[in-house]
Design a protein around this ligand. Structure first.
Ligand code: FES
Length: 109
């Protein structure tokens, strides 16, 4: 696995997605865990980082599809395609993401 430092812990506020434009990621701290999800809704291709976080899901602000932060799977319509999510590791104050090995999320809702 190849982990890349994408942000630091002091940049994150719980339940407020952090957009990392360089890698097209949204980083989320939620319930004491860290998640990295591709920052593009699979429905209308808008930034998921603009949405709200609740119950291990991030909601697309445009049409309301919610995506599971752990699998990237859509939990409700209109989106039907999963969004890639990536393994996250914390080293010191660095947030590292394995951009080359998305977590398998081929199953659709
Ligand atoms: S653009 Fe995200 S649900 Fe439509």
């Amino acid at each position: 696995m190849t982990f890349t430092a994408v942000a630091t812990l002091d940049e994150l506020t719980a339940d407020v997605p952090l957009a990392v434009d360089e890698h097209q990621l949204a980083i989320v701290a939620h319930q004491g865990e860290y998640f990295a999800i591709h920052n593009l809704c699979s429905h209308g291709r808008v930034a998921l980082s603009e949405g709200d976080v609740e119950d291990y899901a991030i909601e697309c602000y445009l049409h309301g599809s919610r995506f599971d932060l752990r699998s990237g799977r859509p939990l409700c319509l209109p989106a039907t395609q999963a969004v890639p999510v990536y393994p996250v590791r914390i080293e010191g104050t660095d947030i590292l993401v394995d951009l080359e090995h998305p977590i398998q999320n081929t199953q659709e809702s």
